[in-house]
Design a protein around this ligand. Structure first.
Ligand code: ZN
Ligand code: ZN
Length: 133
């Protein structure tokens, strides 16, 4: 995806999902990739132990609870999970598209136009930036 398109996508995503702009939690706070625990959903929250995970998806962070944060960061962990609980059902789409927009991951055809196209619930501006209609 060319740079101008990526900037357009970033703008459209921020309008559709302003929570992407958070820096303490969310896709800007972790290295792009899948959750260290389930290796299926995207990473969403940075964690710090006593488990060995560095970043977890929403469901795994909920399952691990306080165990995913050290004693000094239990409050941070709780606010991270509370924040994650407010996200829409298809938060993972927005996270993956954010990383496409920042150039951290490549936009593959199957990702964008597969059976459940990413961003279809994020509005026409996002789909337009992806080249769809
Ligand atoms: Zn997970
Ligand atoms: Zn900690």
């Amino acid at each position: 995806m060319i740079r101008a398109k990526r900037a357009e996508l970033r703008q459209a995503l921020l309008e559709a999902a302003p929570w992407l702009d958070a820096t303490e939690f969310g896709p800007r706070s972790v290295t792009a990739g899948t959750c260290d625990r389930c290796e299926a959903a995207p990473r969403l929250l940075p964690t710090c132990g006593p488990t060995t995970f560095e970043a977890l998806c929403r469901d795994c962070a909920e399952d691990e609870g306080d165990d995913a944060w050290c004693d000094g960061h239990l409050d941070d962990g709780r606010s991270a999970r509370e924040w994650a609980a407010t996200l829409p059902e298809r938060w993972a789409d927005a996270v993956v598209l954010w990383w496409v927009a920042t150039g951290e991951i490549r936009a593959e055809g199957s990702l964008i136009d597969g059976p459940a196209p990413l961003g279809e619930d994020l509005g026409p501006a996002v789909r337009a930036a992806l080249g769809g209609d």
